[in-house]
Design a binder for this molecule. Sequence first.
Ligand code: ASP
Length: 336
Amino acid sequence: MKYLYVLLLMLTNSMVFSQTRYVMVIHGGAGTILKENMTPDQESAFREALTQALQAGYTQLQAGKSSLDAVEAAILVMEDNPLFNAGKGAVFTHEGKNELDAAVMWGPTRAAGAIAGVTTIRNPIKAARAVMEQSEHVMLTGKGAEAFASSKGLEIVDPSYFWTENRWKALERALKQDSLKTQLDHDGNKQSTNPALTNDYKYGTVGAVALDRDGHLAAGTSTGGMTNKQYGRIGDAPIIGAGTYANERVAISCTGWGEFFIRGIAAYDVAAQMEYSNTPVAQAALAVIEKIGSMGGDGGMIALDDRGNMAMPFNTAGMYRGAITESGEIEIAIYK
Ligand code: ASP
């Protein structure tokens, strides 16, 4: 009996110790990201940027700061890096403007803040957090969001700050395909859909989820949306429960074809499966990505539970992603 007890204890311990505990997971967008289209320099630039973002978040956690601070710190790094479709580097609307969306959510209280369709706030993630912490609302849009951000002392920039050559060229390509599409439609060929909304375009949204020393979870997402999107279009990122969600048990941030993530209530679906049927995080996240796929959408998500289990499923060719463990080990991946 005594031996059996010792054996059981050893087994339990080895199970506990063999489980890697992640404290932060990030993504830099999902899409048609293929190794053959990427130079070694480009690939290492992405790896480095993701590493920097993880380190920025991890530094906060190590200093005993909240998961919300960690999420904000990681997203700030990516918003300021033109490689990503968020902040500087955001994609263009059909009219050639940059309209940004972002959200944060704090798991313990389910407080949330979001901004949408803004064109002058340098760091949308800061504005989303300000909405959560300094207003009575959950979501502010356009001019109202900008006035609010400015009144809270956040940095306001000229819209030209967001202009980058790569994204401009992507819009030009999309517009060219658009006119082709129009011609095809005239020919009665209805096969083509809006090319900007097909997966020929890398999405590139950024997101982060983190777990702090107090066991509290937070999630955040920031994006320029989708290339060639219509003026005024709002994606899933700032919609709580669609692209971003956190409660006391799990935090989720999504990337991909936003319309599908909104209709699929993607982020909340992961939390709901965990809450109502005790589904493990990896299984719940995968099921949602499969559901999005079966609806005809594509993309991916990151999810982290309160025990440090994480998942990063996607149904596109790639997703820029990374995770860091409690002891500071970094894992970065791009392709399938
Ligand atoms: N989900 C974002 C949107 O639809 C796009 C992305 O993930 O890159 O606005």
